[in-house]
Ligand binder design. Structure first.
Ligand code: NAD
Length: 499
């Protein structure tokens, strides 16, 4: 049976809504030019299918990129104040549709509605407003050269391809489309094949806000063909990617081997959290619990490697385990008391469970303080703590991307920093100390794009975000984000005769 262009979806909270299922190109919900692969979205809380969406093919990539490319011809002449107003209108529409968008995220990716999905959607509205504030302030510079000559620089917007992961389907997309739209770019976004629903619903709000056809396009599809066709496309000026390091490397190679388009990569992490002997252990445990288990550990900046000064290790472990029991409650993600949902898919469930098995086989001590309350249905995984770990174990070295954390010891500051930096990743690092001097000294030594002193994962859209080492290239958020979505053009102005 052929897939319709929209369908009514009944939500577990008794509400229902109309879910668009087509590709979103030129402000229209359309079917792919030919039958692509099947793309079914599943409810991680039950493992049951929610709906099938239309799946793009390489031909659809070409059509969507042409739409973005053609739209740029007139969009680049639009006054920045028009973009300001459109972004503010879009933010208001996100507010208006917040409950539906949050419910879609809860249904499609297993995020607890109250504590997690709503926060994601709120962050999209907030970031739209933040970027709206910048849209008419993206100035170039003026460079005096001599008495008869000066140069000016302008920021030129780009035709951009965006590739999105499943862990924050709408909010990770917003880290790209908010600054890109503010800077005057046109966009083709590829959602994750695991969580396609919220971006399709959101795309129709972009149209309702008044953005012209072709400025914002969305394709549901797989990485191997749709994602790769975007990375290789000759009409795109840039690819903004978020996902695993292995895929990021492929995207970078495809961008280089096609048209040398610019890239930004937000990739994986294995972020260390250091607890010094002078730390407030209760505060450290609270932040560490939040920072590793929020979003069921499916966080690129999850503090999944806790390193504790051996003098306070045992005490910290006790406090941390109690904190996990206090903080996390699994169950129906539409119940307002639920704070921990399932992982996103069967594949992710198998992957995380396999790492838990590896940890046991490697000889680490496993603690699962919430095992009794873990639901049997769906892809729920009990929060898992490994102690007595060695630094070369796979559970310490590799990104697990689930509710799993290792805790190990260090002997002194030097040992702690060396262990923290002993990773291919460099996305985030956290440290707890009440000694101001030590905290700042260690922060300088940690090899990470973001360092959190006495907190974890309290990102703010005003602060640049991105990785060092194999965690990525480029900085999203803050003022820095606009450098990703514009290229600088220099224009020389000669106003005298040649000397
Ligand atoms: P993934 O790499 O499997 O997929 C990410 C996206 O890339 C998806 O849309 C996928 O379809 C697409 N893709 C797959 N193969 C491709 C190819 N050959 N060419 C182009 N695109 C392709 O990652 P995921 O499993 O969706 O997300 C989890 C990963 O994302 C984790 O490693 C996590 O750390 C990382 N992540 C990083 C950040 C950050 O800001 N640094 C944020 C969120 C997630």
């Amino acid at each position: 049976m052929s897939v319709p262009l929209s369908t009514k979806i009944a939500l577990p909270n008794g509400e229902s809504y109309e879910q668009p299922l087509g590709l979103f190109i030129n402000n229209e919900n359309v079917k792919p030019v030919s039958q692509g692969e099947k793309l079914i979205s599943y409810n991680p809380s039950t493992g049951e299918p929610i709906t099938e969406v239309h799946c793009a093919t390489v031909d659809d990539v070409n059509i969507a990129v042409d739409a973005a490319y053609d739209a740029m011809k007139s969009w680049k002449h639009v006054e920045p104040t028009v973009r300001v107003n459109l972004l503010i209108k879009l933010a208001s529409l996100v507010d208006e549709h917040k409950d539906t968008l949050s419910a879609i995220e809860a249904l499609d990716s297993g995020k607890p509605f109250e504590s997690n999905a709503s926060a994601d959607v709120q962050s999209v509205a907030d970031y739209l407003r933040y970027c709206a504030g910048w849209a008419d302030k993206l100035h170039g510079t003026q460079i005096p050269l001599n008495s008869k000559c000066m140069a000016i620089t302008k920021r030129v917007p780009l035709v951009v391809g965006c590739i999105i992961p499943w862990n924050y389907p709408l909010s990770m997309a917003s880290w790209k489309f908010c600054p890109a739209l503010a800077a005057g770019c046109t966009i083709v976004m590829k959602s994750s094949e695991i969580t396609p629903l919220s971006l399709l619903y959101f795309a129709n709000l972009v149209k309702e806000a008044g953005f012209p056809p072709g400025v914002f396009n969305v394709l549901s599809g797989y990485g191997k063909d749709v994602g790769s066709a975007l990375s290789k496309h000759h009409k795109l000026d840039k690819i903004a990617f978020t996902g695993s390091t292995a895929t990021g490397q492929r995207v970078m190679a495809d961008a280089a081997n096609s048209n040398l388009k610019s890239i930004s990569l937000e990739c994986g992490g294995k972020s260390p959290l250091l607890v010094f002997d002078d730390a407030d252990l209760i505060e450290a445990a609270k932040w560490a619990s939040f920072g590793v288990m929020y979003n069921t550990g499916q966080n690129c900046t999850a503090n999944s490697r806790i390193l504790v000064d051996e003098k306070v290790h045992d005490k910290f472990v006790d406090i941390f385990i109690n904190q996990l029991k206090e903080d996390w409650k699994m169950g129906d993600v539409f119940n307002k008391d639920t704070s921990l949902g399932p992982v996103v898919s069967q594949q992710q469930y198998d992957r995380v469970q396999n790492y838990i098995k590896i940890g046991v086989e490697e000889g680490a001590t496993i603690i699962q303080p919430l095992k009794d309350q873990t639901p049997n249905a769906g892809f729920f995984i009990s929060p898992t703590v490994f102690t007595n770990v060695k630094e070369d174990m796979r559970i310490v070295k590799e990104e697990i991307f689930g509710p799993v954390v290792t805790i190990s010891k260090f002997t002194d500051e030097k040992d702690g920093v060396a262990k923290a930096n002993d990773t291919i990743y460099g996305l985030a690092a956290m440290l707890f100390s009440t000694n101001f001097e030590r905290a700042n000294r260690v922060a300088d030594l940690l090899e990470a794009g973001s360092v959190y002193i006495n907190s974890s994962n309290n990102e703010d859209v005003r602060v640049p975000f991105g990785g060092m080492k194999m965690s990525g290239i480029g900085r999203e958020l803050g003022q820095e984000a606009f450098n990703l979505y514009t290229v600088v053009k220099s224009v020389y102005h000669n106003y005298g005769s040649r000397l």
